[in-house]
Design a protein around this ligand. Structure first.
Ligand code: AP5
Length: 239
């Protein structure tokens, strides 16, 4: 059963980053996390951790992830339950890769209401699909700190090693061309309707995700800052 609705909360609340595989959600989420001190909640990272630890949930998710399909809603919801109430999320959180179906979006709407948060700030990183393949096949990431690179577009200073901690970089198992195709299909069929859902309820901002990362980051900062200012105005701390 859902908990009773709490008092309105103060802070940034939920920031939802929507976009196709490779649109730059993870890259931007990490920068938002650093600037605003609120956690990145990446369902993809959480699922990969469950798979690596061979938990019951991970074993259920594995076959879907391997072929590039979405993991069933009930498995994902079981996993994220409680994460929004964790101590590090008291001022808000960045949702990277969630919600990914209209069912997940509807559940999130209810969850936020019950937790006393306003509706999320939703940012859709729109992409030209031709660029995605290069982004995904070139992606490497640090298993230690999570920093994301691209051997074609954003290479590390020393080949194959993380700039931050020198750890050897890894390639994600689902960044293979055949799996990427399926991930894109899942995005078009199941996640694009989520953008429509948010557009209809008026919570939607679209940014062109094919531009350089720092250009997108500055626009995202403006959007999140305006959310902070809204909140300050509502609580009367700004005239
Ligand atoms: P997940 O891990 O969420 O993967 P994804 O959505 O496919 O997104 P990616 O992580 O591939 O891309 P991104 O947008 O974060 O791009 P990034 O910043 O890394 O999900 C994996 C799987 O888990 C799913 O297939 C599904 O099975 C399951 N799953 C997860 N959540 C689920 C849910 N809620 N429900 C059901 N199933 C779920 O950037 C990509 C590359 O481009 C990098 O190399 C980066 O350096 C580069 N780059 C980024 N931005 C730019 C830029 N502006 N210019 C140039 N290069 C750039």
């Amino acid at each position: 059963m859902e908990e009773a609705r709490q008092e309105e909360r103060e802070g940034i609340g939920a920031v939802v980053l929507l976009g196709a595989p490779g649109a730059g959600k993870g890259t931007q989420a990490k920068l938002l996390e650093k600037r605003y001190g609120i956690p990145q909640i990446s369902t993809g990272d959480m699922l990969r951790q469950h798979v690596a630890q061979r938990t019951e949930l991970g074993l259920q998710a594995q076959e879907y992830m391997q072929r590039g399909s979405l993991v069933p809603d009930d498995v994902v919801m079981r996993m994220v339950q409680g994460r929004f109430r964790a101590p590090d999320a008291v001022r808000g959180f960045i949702l990277d890769g969630f919600p990914r179906t209209v069912v997940q979006a509807e559940i999130l709407t209810e969850k936020l209401k019950h937790l006393g948060w306003p509706p999320p700030l939703v940012v859709y990183l729109a992409m030209d699909y031709n660029i995605l393949l290069q982004r995904l096949t070139g992606r490497r990431s640090c298993p230690q700190c999570g920093k994301i690179y691209n051997i074609y577009l954003q290479p590390p200073a020393r080949e194959g090693l993380c700039d931050i901690d020198g750890t050897p970089l890894i390639t994600r198992k689902d960044d293979r061309e055949d799996v990427i195709k399926e991930r894109l299909r899942a995005f078009i069929e199941q996640t694009r309707p989520v953008a429509k859902y948010y557009r209809q309820v008026g919570l939607f901002h679209k940014l062109d995700g094919s531009r350089p990362p720092d250009v997108i980051t500055s626009e995202l900062f403006v959007l999140v800052d305006s959310r902070l200012h809204e909140e300050e105005t509502e609580t009367g701390t700004v005239a």
